[in-house]
Write a protein that binds this ligand. Structure first.
Ligand code: SAH
Ligand code: SF4
Length: 449
């Protein structure tokens, strides 16, 4: 979500006549987009801003700004910590940035804009992507209030964008060569539950879907040029029969879901106020898997929530084995000021959180390797990104299951191509293969084996 917001702000500033620097050092204006979800993320942003502000001794004209969740959380007090910071702008106020930059360039400093919870949000629809994939925010904020989570405080209440706005944005993206969109929301399947998103005269798709989110998926799938649709993050309660049906029957929807589970223990899930049980979660997984045979599942999990016992941690471990996650983001619990969990005693010490974290990482490595091993010999459709970060002689892209595939480029394959890659070997998070052909082209590569 922050990547998306940063991109929208870059596009707004470019539209206002500024030029995007290639390297940070070349920039006369640096804006740090911050995350508040864990203490460590905030510490990193403060550290970075401290360095940037200290750099003003040598470059007094360089302007420094802060945006995002930490700006929203801390408000004006940020200038007590960072007196040389020029501006700070909270969530849902991205649209104010070009005007704030103008004021700062005229000599104002320490200006702050944060949004009131009830204020109507700015929904930036500008894009700066150069590739073939784009994020599209469909739902802002969150109403769930999981006990550990700061997001509802900093990103405000849930608000779903009108469907026609989203579809117009995606059509424009498609006309600029975007082939893949990822629809974003904290609880993305809640789309259209809190406010109306469809007008009464909007047409129904051919499937007659009734739920606002499935209707949107069907409409996005009908945008010419959009080959792949992803969405994140999911919640088990949103995995309805209608959604499962849409995922199975609309070929543009990738066979992948990011479905955070957070804990495998019913007691901890209740303390977390997640709104589902272990059985509910596993039931959603079962329904998704039985509808889509090559379905890929990723997740988020928290270790060391207040009071989490060793036995409860083992339940998390076993859930991960049963659900057979393709990948997992594992977080050590971090108390966030003002959340209900911050009132509980953070009694799992850091060494123990680290131990649990390491165990889950090691389990996931073995599981990832095993699951990927089963893909050796298969041909995967890879949306090509271009040269891989580690080795520019090799290119990489993503499979529909959102796995990174690495291959040697051949003539006729370009960033944005959908290449057919035959998988030869695998690592826990990466597939390695060779190109067999490119969809929509005559290119067919013959290998002797
Ligand atoms: N809306 C998404 C999650 C957004 S936050 C959802 O509900 O699935 C991204 C992830 O950060 C969460 O899934 C959770 O695993 C982690 N997280 C959130 N708050 C945290 C905290 N206080 N400490 C540690 N991890 C946290
Ligand atoms: Fe946070 Fe829960 Fe909302 Fe996700 S659903 S953003 S974890 S409150």
């Amino acid at each position: 979500m922050n990547v998306r917001d940063s991109d929208a702000v870059a596009a707004m500033l470019v539209a206002a006549g500024y030029q995007q620097a290639v390297r940070e050092n070349d920039a006369d204006l640096v804006i740090v987009n911050s995350c508040s979800v864990r203490g460590k993320a905030e510490d990193k942003a403060i550290g970075k801003l401290g360095l940037l502000c200290a750099g003003k001794r040598k470059r007094p004209d360089r302007k420094i700004g802060l945006m995002g969740c930490m700006a929203q959380r801390i408000g004006e007090d940020i200038f007590k910590k960072l007196p040389l910071l020029d501006f700070s702008v909270g969530t849902r106020r991205c649209g104010a940035i070009p005007q704030m930059v103008r004021r700062v360039l005229k000599g104002e400093t320490n200006i702050c804009e944060i949004s009131a919870a009830e204020a109507f949000p700015d929904v930036p629809d500008t894009h700066n992507e150069t590739g073939h994939s784009a994020f599209v925010t469909i739902l802002l904020g969150c109403n769930r209030r999981c006990a550990y989570c700061i997001v509802p405080d900093v990103r405000g209440p849930e608000y779903s964008r009108p469907a026609h706005e989203i579809l117009a944005e995606i059509s424009t993206l498609a006309s600029h060569g975007i082939r893949e969109v990822t629809l974003l929301g904290q609880s993305v399947m809640n789309y259209g539950k809190m406010n109306d998103v469809w007008h009464s005269d909007d047409p129904y798709g051919t499937n007659g879907y009734k739920e606002p989110f499935t209707r949107l998926l069907e409409a996005v799938a009908s945008v010419p040029g959009i080959n792949r649709i992803r969405f994140t993050s999911g919640h088990p309660s949103g995995c309805t029969d209608e959604l499962v049906h849409a995922m199975r029957s609309l070929p543009q929807i990738c066979n992948h879901l990011h479905l955070p589970f957070q804990s495998g223990s019913d007691r901890v899930l209740k303390m977390m106020r997640r709104g589902y049980s272990r059985a509910d979660y596993l039931d959603a997984v079962k329904r998704l898997r039985s509808a889509m045979p090559d379905f890929s599942l990723t997740t988020d999990v928290i270790v060391g929530f207040p009071g989490e016992t060793d036995a409860e941690f083992e339940e998390t471990r076993s859930l991960m084995e049963i659900a057979a996650f393709d990948n997992a983001f594992i977080f050590k619990y971090s108390p966030r000021p003002g959340t209900p969990a911050a009132e509980m005693i953070d009694d799992v010490n850091d060494a123990e959180k680290m131990r649990r974290n390491q165990i889950l990482l090691a389990d996931q490595d073995i599981r990832g390797q095993k699951l990927n091993q089963a893909l050796v010999g298969t041909v995967q459709e890879v949306l090509v990104d271009g040269p891989s970060l580690r080795n520019s002689e090799r290119w990489s892209g993503r499979t529909p299951g959102n796995k990174i595939a690495v291959f040697t480029p051949v003539k006729g394959v370009e960033p944005g191509s959908i290449a057919e890659v035959r998988i030869k070997r695998v690592a826990p998070q990466t597939l390695y293969g060779e190109i067999r052909g490119v969809l929509g082209s005559n290119l067919i590569i013959e290998y002797s084996d």
